[in-house]
Design a binder for this molecule. Structure first.
Ligand SMILES: NC(=O)CC[C@H](N)C(=O)O
Length: 276
């Protein structure tokens, strides 16, 4: 691997299952390729995790299944790894920046004891509106995104019942929530959390782009399933949302790039300070 300045580890949580996430994440990361390089680690199939000394930035992906259940091997190592990154940040000037997506986000919320994860009544899949909280309005991760903004959601589980005293104790913040559904009594799930200045996570998929979403729908079964779930009109509206510049395209072009830019700026600053 050429010796680029900043190294990213992609923690692949897809358990070997076909997915659009990895390709989308690689696509976004490649936009920064003059200054960074990446390597992929297969966490769930091969129990692979990176050497913490070799990587500056970590993106932990979505994945299938119940986030409460691992195999007692990869999940234990994964949680130990998260702890070692957190410990590193408490002890070192040059920080490790982590973005947790979907399945990883749910696992991180559980691990830090911030909330409960439960199974939803139905699958959430498609273009969703995401609402910033007061803290979210000023979080740099969302800079350049409207309120509400739009994102692709794809999940059966939800992060709910935040333990606000633990949030306060850890200095963590809920930065976005699900939309209010007037006709149903459900609690609004947590859609993004700032765990620390360097760890942040989203329940939705900020890496998703319209092309990969549409290509997923080329699978007839997937298409029929979601059409049946939403009804014809909502399905068509969703296809229209996908073409709108201000919706999924905007989130794809904004959120992970914000995360990477914030991380790169911080790393450049601290690395330079230490070399002076
Ligand atoms: N796309 C995902 O990462 C899904 C996360 C989790 N497996 C769920 O169903 O809620």
């Amino acid at each position: 691997m050429p010796n680029k300045i900043i190294k990213i580890a992609l923690l692949d949580m897809y358990n070997g299952e076909p997915n659009q996430g990895m390709r989308c994440i690689i696509d976004v990361v490649n936009r920064f390729s003059p200054v960074m390089s990446f390597e992929i680690f297969d966490v769930r199939v091969k129990c692979e995790l990176p050497d913490i000394n070799k990587f500056d930035i970590y993106i932990s992906t979505g994945g299938p299944g119940n986030p409460l259940i691992g195999d007692g091997n990869w999940d234990v190592k994964y949680y130990e790894f998260i702890d070692s990154l957190n410990k590193w940040n408490n002890e070192n000037a040059i920080k490790k920046h982590v973005l947790f997506i979907c399945h990883s986000f749910q696992m991180a919320c559980l691990h830090f004891g911030l909330a409960t994860v439960t199974k939803r009544n139905d699958t959430s899949f498609g273009v969703m509106t995401i609402h910033k909280t007061k803290e979210g309005l000023v979080d740099p991760l969302f800079e350049g995104l409207a309120d509400p903004f739009y994102a692709i959601d794809s999940r059966d589980y939800q992060v709910v019942q935040p333990k606000l005293s633990i949030f306060a104790k850890k200095g963590a913040k809920i930065i976005s929530l699900e939309k209010i559904r007037d006709h149903v009594q459900y609690e609004r799930a947590i859609m993004a959390v700032r765990f620390t200045d360097y760890f942040v996570g989203t329940q939705f998929h900020p890496e998703a782009d319209p092309i990969s979403f549409v290509s997923h729908l080329r699978n007839k079964e997937a298409k029929e399933k979601i059409r049946a779930m939403k009804g014809k009109r909502k399905f068509r509206n969703m296809l229209e949302d996908l073409l709108d510049d201000d919706k999924i395209y905007r989130t794809n072009e904004t959120l992970i790039p914000n995360f990477l830019r914030i991380a790169i700026n911080d790393l450049m600053k601290t690395k330079k300070m230490l070399s002076n």
